[in-house]
Design a protein around this ligand. Structure first.
Ligand code: HEC
Length: 161
């Protein structure tokens, strides 16, 4: 009998968790978008472009990925904020995305060294994942010049010595 009740209790406690993580019906994602999801995850784009991703050990639902962040990256050149990629990619064409990734602006805290080396087929998969998710969130704050103290949280990104 007590076994019966503890089982019941376990089900009652687990149900909300199962509903949130296990039982939701996944919407069908095309194969290349699925690969884009994997690439985004292993390339570490969420680390900066998804709020709280690092703090929560990566447990952020994917519908909230890549919406940009108000956590600034500050160095001698000023403070910049991780771009909202959900808005950016969803308003450009796939080919515009390829050429942007090929010619990343240099000398920002962004991984501008990595993106131009990513194979075109992978950049396209990334684009298809981000457009599958669709636009979400607000634009990241505008960059600040060096002499302006950010009113947001920020990381001292440092300068090479
Ligand atoms: C170390 C933190 C960090 C990581 C990791 C990171 N980004 Fe960024 N990203 C930024 C910041 C900060 C900016 C804003 C840079 C600026 O305004 O100068 C940015 C800007 C961008 C932009 C806009 C560039 C432009 O010229 O406007 C793109 C596109 C981008 N990131 C894509 C990515 C992708 C794809 C990944 C994964 C491969 C990634 N980022 C990983 C911090 C990061």
């Amino acid at each position: 009998m007590s076994r019966f009740f503890s089982t019941l209790l376990a089900i009652a406690c687990l149900a909300p968790i199962l509903v949130q993580f296990g039982c939701s019906v996944p919407s069908p994602m095309p194969g290349d978008a699925e690969r884009g999801r994997y690439l985004i995850e292993i390339m570490g784009c969420n680390d900066c472009h998804t709020p709280g991703y690092m703090e929560k050990g990566g447990y952020i639902p994917e519908e909230d990925w890549l919406v940009g962040d108000t956590l600034g990256y500050r160095n001698d050149r000023g403070t910049v904020y991780p771009t909202n990629l959900r808005l950016l990619l969803n308003r450009m064409s796939e080919d515009e995305w390829i050429s942007m990734a090929r010619r990343m602006r240099k000398q920002t805290p962004m991984m501008w060294v990595m993106l131009p080396k990513v194979r075109e087929i992978d950049l396209r998969a990334i684009y298809r994942f981000v457009t599958f998710l669709g636009p979400k969130g607000d634009p990241a704050p505008a960059p600040l010049p060096p002499n302006v103290e950010p009113t947001t949280r920020y990381i001292n990104f440092g300068n090479p010595h």
